[in-house]
Write a protein that binds this ligand. Structure first.
Ligand code: FE2
Length: 499
């Protein structure tokens, strides 16, 4: 009997392979007990179904009312390596426990002190991993002779312009502080003078010019190292969307329904449909609903005036996406979680149907996911507003340049006290201890793409039309764009869903 089962397994797998269909283990279990397994595989192949899960077969069985055959009676499928390799799922959620942080401490001074120490130590250890850096503790500057070269690592405590037009910063580590002068005439630091923000952690290489004073020759950021772009062997695609703002009067329902048709392979040319079949992962980077009371007078701009109903509609949309796509959803400032970073996942009480779906993962912002052995950093992007307001040359039209600044800092906690708050919680997800292969963000309602030092950045679009607030700011969003990327070559495809 065992031999008979094994022979049938081989026969099904060979037949499916011949039809260019890959079967998951549970799909194979279902087919194994059916007399009509060839018809089912052939039908799925003719529909262009590339990866087949148990659910795909069950749908077909229900539709065609084919009955189970009893000939092999519910036999167990022996574990086989080649079946595992064909599994369409190759992902894991990293640091998942950080998503569940409910907030430690009471938000007092000591909690912030601990957070800033943690930030300093985390980024200092990233800087110290470089062989070229031999930084001294700031308190040891006293032992260095004047005009001698030295390196220090510190957090920026103060920044000001000197009477002579240079920039000065006060750097501190856990024990001491010193002044660093960034001369307008020093070529190596000219750009950095405008880039440095309070609470940044940097390494300064310079010359001691007075007691506790250094003239900077170079500013070294934690930054991600230059790496080769890591490509997958598999012909696999990811897609990403953001900022649906379901419930807003400006929600582009028609465009989003086109997206749903597109991702189901029901729209576009045959080539397009073939391409869509390759999408195995979808990232949804926050502002999933418009929320209630997020800003003054929002009520009059809402189509759906109940959070629950907004989430019900959002859930219905997500459940229309094929369930062989793994969907990762993080919150944004309009979702029903706290405003401050790091944000926790959308609670189950608002989206119970999404929690019940096996292929849907509700995560915090920021979060880390690994897919096809690639590290993915997901973040709504709330701190980008502060970056754009603080660093000249950054703009809403090129959000990817703002993400580069985050990669240089390897942290999304910027200056404390700017417009976007963060909570005094130790959450490793806010740091980029490892270099991400892919970064997906939203929030600015404007697309942007860039590969920086081996990391591919995608700033997602929105599904909300231009708001009054954006008109006042003169900000022109790029709504209704779905982004897809082939991991085999990192080519990015922007699909316009607005006519
Ligand atoms: Fe948004």
């Amino acid at each position: 009997m065992a031999e008979e089962i094994n022979n049938k397994i081989d026969e099904i797998i060979d037949f499916a392979r011949h039809k260019k269909v890959f079967l998951s283990k549970d799909a194979l279990e279902v087919l194994l007990v059916r007399v009509d397994w060839k018809d089912i595989v052939e039908e799925l192949a003719s529909e262009g179904c590339f990866i087949v899960a148990k659910k795909d077969i069950e749908k077909k069985v229900t539709k065609t009312k084919i009955f189970l055959a009893e000939e092999l009676g519910g036999a167990e499928v022996p574990s086989q390596k080649h079946i595992v390799e064909q599994s369409p799922k190759n992902f894991k959620i990293i640091n998942a426990k950080n998503n569940l942080n409910k907030g430690q401490g009471n938000g007092g001074t000591n909690d912030f002190l601990e957070l800033f120490r943690f930030k300093f130590n985390s980024l200092k250890s990233i800087l110290e991993q470089r062989n070229s850096i031999r930084a001294k503790p700031i308190k040891n500057i006293g032992y260095v002779k004047e005009k001698e070269e030295l390196e220090i690592i510190g957090m920026v405590y103060r920044k000001w312009e000197t009477k002579t037009g240079n920039t000065a910063i006060e750097l501190e580590d856990l024990e001491s502080r010193c002044i660093v002068v960034l001369s307008k005439n020093e070529h190596g630091v000219e750009l950095e003078r405008h880039r440095i923000m309070l609470d940044d952690v940097i390494c300064v290489r310079g010359i001691k010019i007075a007691k506790d004073m250094i003239l900077a020759k170079e500013v070294i950021w934690p930054d991600i190292p230059q790496r080769e772009i890591k490509l997958t062997k598999k012909d696999v695609c990811v897609a990403s969307i953001s900022d649906l703002h379901v419930g807003s009067k400006l929600f582009l329902e028609g465009a989003f329904q086109k997206f749903i048709s597109w991702i189901n392979g029901d729209a576009g040319s045959d080539e397009e449909k073939k391409f869509v079949k390759k999408i195995k992962y979808l990232f949804v980077t926050g502002d999933n609903i418009d929320g209630i009371g997020v800003y003054p007078k929002q009520h009059s701009e809402l189509n759906i005036k109940s959070i629950k109903e907004q989430y019900n509609l959002f859930s219905d949309y997500m459940l229309q996406i094929p369930d062989n796509i793994e969907i990762f959803i993080i919150p944004g400032q309009h979702d029903a979680v706290r405003w401050a970073d790091p944000q926790q996942p959308i609670p189950e009480k608002f989206v119970p149907k999404l929690y019940a779906a096996e292929n849907i993962h509700l995560l915090g912002s920021p979060s880390w996911v690994e897919i096809e052995d690639l590290k993915v950093f997901l973040y709504h992007g709330s701190c980008l507003h502060d970056l754009i307001a603080s660093i000249s040359g950054l703009s809403y039209e090129h959000p990817q340049q703002g993400v580069v600044e985050l990669l240089k800092r390897r942290c999304v906690m910027l200056t404390y006290g700017l417009s976007h708050p963060y909570a005094p919680e130790i959450n490793e997800n806010v740091f980029m201890k490892e270099s991400p292969d892919l970064v997906f963000m939203g929030d600015l309602h404007h697309t942007g793409y860039l590969t920086y030092r081996g990391t591919t950045i995608v700033n997602n679009s929105t599904w909300q039309d231009r708001t009054e607030y954006q008109i006042k700011l003169g900000h022109m969003p790029t709504p209704g764009v779905a982004i897809a990327m082939n991991l085999k070559d990192r080519k990015i495809y922007a699909r316009m869903m607005v006519s």
